[in-house]
Write a protein that binds this ligand. Structure first.
Ligand code: NOJ
Ligand code: MG
Length: 610
């Protein structure tokens, strides 16, 4: 049996990478090598027992972020909001939502985080406000200052009845136009009808939103995650979108998005915001304030966020890279991983970094999308590929979706509710809903998973019923847990090889492998078995840069290897879904390995029976 596996390893097809990114030395800004951690404030930690997470809750858990090596954390919106889209419908861009705390709490959070050298990034939601925002209320009333703050259209009158001006649909289902009786016109909303789109062709709106940026930087924010930015502009003549997909004409996917998404004006606005941030930096000093931009867009469009085509204007520091969510799936072969990942790295403007994202509050959790057995494999990718690592709260303990645990009448996400106004006619809502990925963080096995002491109050979303077996406290006590593995990966990221090293990738059967190399340090090799069969890899056939022996630096919880194991480079055994990182090992002990040898010897002596 062993021999067979061994042979299949040797005969395996090896696809070698054509790319090697060259290492960079010591020129990295803080964000380029950081781990960014997304907190969904409503679900992270509740301090006051109302069943809703809050800012004081976040403050009480900052040590957790420190422990896992987070450099920056971005918070989903904490601003005043009627919560139709859980904070992505802002009624006052300059105020904190009461149930989350006060302005003093927010400032305290900035300060406390700073003491731990963690940067706080806020969510900036420029595309729309809430319909409860004073600007919208005044705009609807034709107020002379606010009249053009939103996108209004009188519609097309058919048989005496005004109809929406075109076939544009909302992301959350149905027409993107809603009639407003007071204004006697339709207003545009790319998302829920409670989220009217702001009019970025109107200079006062542009100025206002720049003020919002300055206001929060003054309070202490280290940057912004810019929401839904590719929806900012639509064509001025409101022409119909071409039909893409026969089917339900009210579905967002029914039309192509040639005229309502990814318009050139979007990038100009991004470059303008960057100017505001750079100018702020120049005037106030301190470390780089960063912009992370959210756009589900193809590679060409995503690259435009970094800088203008001639490089003369700078844009987003971190256009989110969603390839691990949108282009790779549970069944993707290792060769697709290589193709997609290499393409993204190669597409980057010179000297710029990408970031690796496997989940957020809008997407199925990684363990639910790729399968729970692959969580460590995917975490390995995110934490060891060149660039920035992004973690969605709960990923570090391998939380999974509570997909079938939340009933329709408990569902609150407008994306699911809007499509089923008369109740569930089929189970499509289960997949539309984002509630299952937003359930409270599972801290421990006490009531409500340690998220809150709610008494008779209920948590805003049910806690996943698996929390007694899957929680942080338990994982801390269990050596081979996802959490402890995550911490090891985080520590591994701290050195020059992972921060600055070059990258070259390979595929052997279902194993995706890549090197991380920097001059003067032992080369590293990351090996990830994405397949469901065991594999034996002859590393000497992939590349000649490794010595005959390899030392295991980290090993995922699915592995049979231990940190410190010495392996023969020509037969590295990997269980299914197994991920390990190894480096060259030479027999002549270096200073640090001599130390660990002494340590192991002394442990041996202690272990000897007396
Ligand atoms: C993207 C956000 O991530 C999502 O949660 C929200 O519903 C939409 N933008 C609208 O703001
Ligand atoms: Mg609370």
């Amino acid at each position: 049996m062993w021999r067979l596996i061994f042979l299949s390893g040797i005969l395996a097809t090896i696809v070698q990478a054509a790319i090697i990114t060259s290492p960079r030395h010591g020129t990295q800004d803080w964000y380029e090598t950081a781990i960014f951690y997304q907190i969904y404030p409503r679900s992270f930690k509740d301090s006051d027992g109302d069943g809703i997470g809050d800012i004081q809750g976040i403050i009480s858990k900052l040590e957790h972020l420190k422990e896992i090596g987070v450099g920056g954390t971005w918070l989903s919106p904490i601003f005043e909001s009627p919560m139709k889209d859980f904070g992505y419908d802002i009624s006052n861009f300059y105020a904190i939502q009461k149930e989350y705390g006060t302005m003093e709490d927010a400032v305290l959070l900035f300060q406390k985080a700073k003491e731990l050298d963690i940067k706080i990034i806020l969510d900036f939601v420029p595309n729309h406000s809430s319909d409860q925002c004073e600007w919208f209320i005044k705009s609807a009333a034709n107020d002379s200052v606010y009249r053009d703050y939103y996108v209004w259209h009188e519609g097309i009158v058919v048989d005496g009845v005004p109809r929406p001006p075109n076939n544009w649909n909302s992301v959350f289902y149905g027409s993107a136009w809603t009639w407003h009786d007071q204004r006697k016109a339709f207003y545009l909303h790319q998302f829920d009808k409670s989220q009217p789109d702001l009019n970025f062709r109107h200079q006062p709106v542009v100025d206002e939103m720049k003020n919002v940026l300055r206001f929060w930087m003054d309070k202490g924010a280290s940057g912004f995650r810019v929401d839904a930015v590719n929806h900012l502009f639509e064509v001025e003549d409101f022409r119909d979108e071409p039909i893409d997909n026969e089917g339900d004409p009210l579905d967002y996917g029914y039309t192509k998005k040639d005229y309502t998404k990814d318009l050139d004006e979007v990038y100009d606005m991004i470059y303008q915001w960057r100017e505001v941030m750079d100018q702020y930096q120049a005037e106030h000093g301190g470390e780089t304030r960063i912009m992370m931009s959210e756009a589900y867009a193809n590679e060409t469009f995503t690259m435009k966020y970094y800088q203008s085509p001639d490089g003369s204007r700078q844009g987003s520091h971190m256009p989110f890279n969603f390839v691990l969510i949108n282009e790779l799936y549970e069944g993707s072969p290792a060769s697709d991983f290589k193709k997609v990942i290499d393409a993204r790295i190669n597409a980057l403007p010179s000297g710029r970094k990408t970031n690796w994202v496997i989940g957020n509050h809008d997407q199925a959790r990684v363990g639910s999308r790729y399968g729970p057995e692959k969580i460590d494999a995917l975490l390995t990718l995110v934490m060891t590929l060149p660039g920035i690592a992004v973690t969605y709260n709960g990923e570090e303990i391998g939380m999974v979706d509570y997909r079938y645990g939340i009933l329709f009448n408990e569902t609150v996400d407008p994306q699911a509710c809007n499509a089923y106004p008369d109740g569930p006619v089929d189970d499509g809502w289960i997949w539309k809903s984002r509630d299952p990925v937003r359930t409270p963080f599972q801290w421990d096995d006490s009531e409500n998973a340690g998220f809150c002491e709610c008494g008779t109050n209920r948590t805003w979303l049910p806690v996943n019923s698996n929390y007694k077996k899957l929680n942080l406290e338990l994982q801390k006590s269990w050596r081979k847990s996802t959490f402890n593995y995550y911490k090891e990966l985080s520590e591994l990221r701290q050195d020059d090889t992972m921060k600055e090293g070059g990258y070259e990738s390979f595929v052997v059967n279902e194993v995706f492998a890549f090197t991380r190399t920097v001059e003067g340090h032992d080369p590293r090799l990351v090996l990830i078995n994405l397949g469901d069969t065991e594999q034996v890899i002859d590393v000497t056939k992939l590349t000649h840069i490794f010595s005959d022996k390899l030392r295991v630096l980290v090993a995922g919880s699915e592995t049979s290897h231990e940190k410190g194991d010495i392996l023969n480079a020509n037969d590295v055994y990997l269980r299914k879904y197994n991920a390990i990182v190894v480096e060259s090992f030479s027999e002549i002990p270096s200073e640090s390995s001599a130390e660990s040898l002494t340590l192991s010897l002394s442990l041996l002596i202690v272990a000897l029976p007396v």
